[in-house]
Ligand binder design. Sequence first.
Ligand code: SF4
Ligand code: SF4
Length: 541
Amino acid sequence: MATKLSADVLGNIDHKPPKQGWMDTKPEFLPGTYLYPVNPESLKAIGAPGAREWNPTESDWKLPADWQGTIKAGIKDRLNRFRSFKLFMDICVRCGACADKCHFFIGTGDPKNMPVLRAELLRSVYRQDFTALGKVFKKMAGGRPLTEEVIKEWFYYFFQCTECRRCSLFCPYGIDTAEITIIARELLNLIGCQIDWIGTPVANCNRTGNHLGLQPHTYKENVEYLLDDIEEYAGVRIEPSFNRKGAEILFVTPSGDVFAEPGIFTFMGYLMLFEHIGLDYTWSTYASEGGNFGFFTSHETMRKLNRKMYAEAERLGVKWILGGECGHMWRVVNQYMDTLNGPATFLEKPKSPITGTVFDNAASTKMVHITEFTADLIKNNKLKLDPSRNDHLKVTFHDSCNVARGMGMFEEPRYVLQNVCNNFYEMPPQTTREQTFCCGSGSGLNAGEYLEMRLRGGLPRANAVKAVHEEHGVNMLSCVCAIDRAVFPALMDFWVPGVAVAGVSELVANALVMDGENEREYNLRGEEIPTAGDDDAGEEE
Ligand code: SF4
Ligand code: SF4
């Protein structure tokens, strides 16, 4: 399946299981379906174990001495620390309600991408070594020994799960396979079986504060380029502040927003919004990454990278934090932070200085999502908007898994979009809000070498976009996650050509009527804005 992927695959995925049992079916490490191993220097940089050169396609993975003892001790430790892990190992009744809910199963037809069987990859080892029944009856009780073949299978399939939690929504027992994947990846990490697209960003975030490893002055210079573009297209010169002590608010966003299209347009949107309302804020060139790659590594690394944003807020003496359009930053902040680092008691409960709204939902985290902040501004008539500037766009919205299922934000982005765009269309309801389908490249899987698997994993999402593209002529997929913005352009080009990708804040900025602006002929991408009378207004791009 590695070399022949084409759009025809849409209706031709074989979902029949192989004839032999799953324990006897081994993964094939074909190009496009597995991820490259981590650079050993990245592991050494953060003191992670198992740093070495190795290659998944070779038979010898050069596992560290006593790797089995390390893994078993790791399982024992986590069974003691995480009650959910113990429960999820014990209570599955194999009802199959989750089986067809995973985008990777839908896009590959591989039974081991059924959430129930993905969990079984780890559960079988748990059963053999940690339950009385398994110790006695072994394979008859669903157990199997921990071999190097099992480690290879874990590596292959636990990096074919984006930790999106869609399956958990359908499990009558609430089993969260994403949590099982998190633990499995932690175990793999104990023996250096990490992937480079996670391990190197983690080392970079630890060293310079962002996943690209950019130095503070480079970060600042890039922002300055974007200021020039804003001036060219909107006629407004903006002077943001960096690392300014005493600012009211610290703004943190994924570094992808600063360096790559289409994220940079979202970033320009933040700048224009803040200028428009006269916000007293600052950027940090040290906590310059909202995304938390530690989330895909270990709880300890997640904790460390989460802490840096708050340490910077404390150093700068701000009152609270405003956060940009990011996925995993928000899941970590909303689901894990209070038990990792504890409530941020040194900050104030966020209150909008423009509307006076107090964000009670952020009472513990002290961090407000840019979309809820913007929705509140619109609700209180604080923005001058001309939505007709987006009339050439027919917009749909992708609920990012981490923001939607992870933090429960469904309505705010829709409210914002319906105020800045006149043409908004929902994808089918079984693919939105809680039931949203993953982009297929989350949780650190957005690597170039993994494109085939990403396209397969993204098929269900793309299929829903295709439905509104064909029915309503949708030509813009909006989202509030930097990984989504990075992933979707390739996914749309492949599955639904003619659909572009934008952050919600970009569409807000297009509609924003700013003091002193020129007559807007161009949007933030430098594209001419069709006027109402143009023949091509409303046409696809
Ligand atoms: S968490 Fe998402 S990717 Fe992982 S098994 Fe469940 S549905 Fe599939
Ligand atoms: S839905 Fe839950 S109980 Fe049923 S097979 Fe899946 S994980 Fe097991």
